[in-house]
Design a protein around this ligand. Structure first.
Ligand SMILES: C[S@@+](CC[C@H](N)C(=O)[O-])C[C@H]1O[C@@H](n2cnc3c(N)ncnc32)[C@H](O)[C@@H]1O
Length: 221
């Protein structure tokens, strides 16, 4: 074997060994589920750039729950809990449940809610949206932000959302335009909601000039 081939094989073996390291594997997994190398990086970036966006979603949820006493809210993919913090602040009689596939995100959300003094009204569950460990008709509101394009089986996820909603309940799902979802993760995002909920209201939640960055889908069972 020539020296170049030996160097190439050694280089590839070194790269494979590097990619197999737990921190790198964890970062790669986190990129697939949250577009960030870890919960800390996401928490920082989202906190800097999306404060007003989370406040708007929290007000939107509060309006959707007007007249519902002690509402039961499920958030899918809460990440480090920026929206949860605002929701629990705005709705003092609500119970919030956060379901996420990433335990590091759930830990970050838990710390945030402990600091905010609202941990007692929150439950954190590690699970996939495509297989939720809740009985049918459990929630008045399901909310999700910037998560749906990360769901490998989004149609099944929206099916689960429909199953766990109470008959008068609503789901407010905020996500990237479908073609960006495809570009980022290869997954369907909000487009998968149509197959489960049929026609539903879709409005712009965030944009710059004529460009829509986040759509809001208002889904009813
Ligand atoms: C980009 S972050 C969004 C976090 C937060 N909702 C926000 O708006 O800042 C996506 C979140 O969805 C979670 N997620 C991704 N795929 C999921 C799945 N299949 N089921 C449940 N959660 C998922 C990720 O772990 C991550 O916390």
């Amino acid at each position: 074997m020539g020296i170049r081939r030996v160097a190439l094989v050694a280089g590839l073996a070194g790269l494979a060994a590097l990619l197999a390291q737990p921190p790198i594997r964890r970062a790669a997994k986190s990129m697939r589920t949250s577009s960030a190398p870890g919960s800390g990086a996401y928490e920082l970036a989202a906190g800097w750039f999306l404060g007003g966006y989370y406040r708007d979603i929290a007000s939107d949820c509060a309006a959707a729950l007007a007249g519902v006493a002690e509402p039961s809210i499920l958030e899918i993919g809460p990440g480090p809990g920026h929206l949860a913090e605002r929701l629990l602040d705005l709705l003092p009689d609500a119970h919030w449940m956060g379901l996420d596939v990433d335990p590091a995100m759930l830990d970050a959300a838990e710390c945030r809610l402990v600091r905010a003094g609202t941990r007692g009204r929150a439950t954190l569950v590690e699970a996939d949206v495509a297989q939720m460990p809740f009985p049918d008709a459990s929630f008045d509101l399901v909310v999700s932000s910037l998560s749906a394009h990360h769901w490998p089986d989004a149609e099944r996820g929206f099916g689960e959302i429909r199953r766990v909603l109470r008959p008068a309940g609503r789901a407010l799902v905020y996500d990237l335009p479908t073609r960006w979802a495809h570009a980022e993760t290869g997954y369907a995002g909000l487009a998968a909601a149509d197959a489960v909920f049929g026609t539903h209201a879709r409005t712009r939640a965030k944009g710059v000039g004529p460009l829509t960055i986040v759509w809001r889908a208002d889904l009813r069972p």
